[in-house]
Design a protein around this ligand. Structure first.
Ligand code: ZN
Length: 209
C-alpha cells in the first residue's frame, strides 16, 4: 500500500490546537478525507476521521449527538450526561470511521501527513497560494429563514473547529481550483451512475443522524 497524494487545508489561526484538515489517497484510487492535524504537547499529530456518537430520543426515536441538549427532530429536552465513560471517566463522544490497525501503518500515515503539512505551511506564505483540499463548501454560513426565537435552544451541536476556514474557502472557490477527487477519465462502470452514488451517500449520512 502506498500513499500517493496528501492534500492539506491549513487553519487560519496557527495558534489553534486544530492546525489543519487533510485527505490521503491510497494507490491512486481510494481517498480518505477529514483527517485532522492537531497540535499536541509533543508536536503535531494526526487524528483519524471520526463521527459523533449518537443515541435515540425516547420520544420520537431520532438519533441525536450525545452532547445534544434537545432532540433535533421533536425538541424534547434530553439528559446531558449520556455518554459512555471509559475507565478514566472520560466520555466517549466520537468513533473513528477509518483507522490503521497497526503501528506501522499509523506511523506511515502520520509521517506522510506531517511532511505534507510542513510543506503546505511554506507554500501558504507564497503569493497566489491556493489550497487543494476540497471541503464541499461546508463552511458556508446558512441563510436564515427567520431570526432565531429566544425561547428556542440555540446551536447546541456546533463545534469550534467547524468555524475557522471561511476565508480560505472563499479564496479557493473564487479561483475554481478547489477541485474534487474525481477520476480524470470518464466513469467506466455503467452500474455506478449518478443515482447509485447519490443513494450510497445518503445511506452513509443517515448513519450519522
Ligand atoms: Zn425526539
Amino acid at each position: 500500500m502506498e500513499i500517493t497524494e496528501v492534500r492539506i487545508k491549513l487553519m487560519d489561526d496557527p495558534g489553534d490546537r486544530l492546525q489543519g484538515f487533510c485527505s490521503i489517497t491510497f494507490n491512486g484510487c481510494f481517498v480518505i478525507r477529514d483527517l485532522k492535524i492537531i497540535q499536541g504537547g509533543k508536536g503535531p499529530f494526526v487524528a483519524m476521521p471520526s463521527r459523533k456518537l449518537t443515541d435515540r430520543c425516547p420520544e420520537c426515536g431520532t438519533k441525536n449527538h450525545l452532547r445534544a441538549k434537545f432532540c433535533n427532530e421533536c425538541g424534547a429536552e434530553l439528559e446531558e450526561d449520556r455518554a459512555i465513560k471509559d475507565d478514566e471517566g472520560r466520555a466517549k463522544l466520537y468513533a473513528d470511521i477509518a483507522h490503521p490497525i497497526n503501528s506501522g501503518c499509523r506511523d506511515l500515515i502520520q509521517r506522510r501527513v506531517l511532511e505534507a503539512f510542513e510543506k503546505e505551511k511554506v507554500l501558504a506564505k507564497q503569493p497566489g497560494y491556493i489550497c487543494a483540499y476540497d471541503d464541499y463548501g461546508e463552511d458556508r454560513i446558512a441563510r436564515l429563514k427567520r431570526r432565531p426565537d429566544q425561547s428556542r435552544p440555540s446551536g447546541t451541536t456546533y463545534r469550534i473547529d467547524d468555524a475557522h476556514h471561511e476565508h480560505r474557502r472563499n479564496e479557493a472557490s473564487r479561483n475554481d481550483v478547489n477541485r474534487p477527487h474525481h477520476l480524470s477519465q470518464p466513469e467506466t462502470d455503467p452500474q455506478l451512475n449518478h443515482r447509485d452514488r447519490d443513494a450510497f451517500g445518503e445511506g452513509v449520512q443517515q448513519d450519522g443522524h
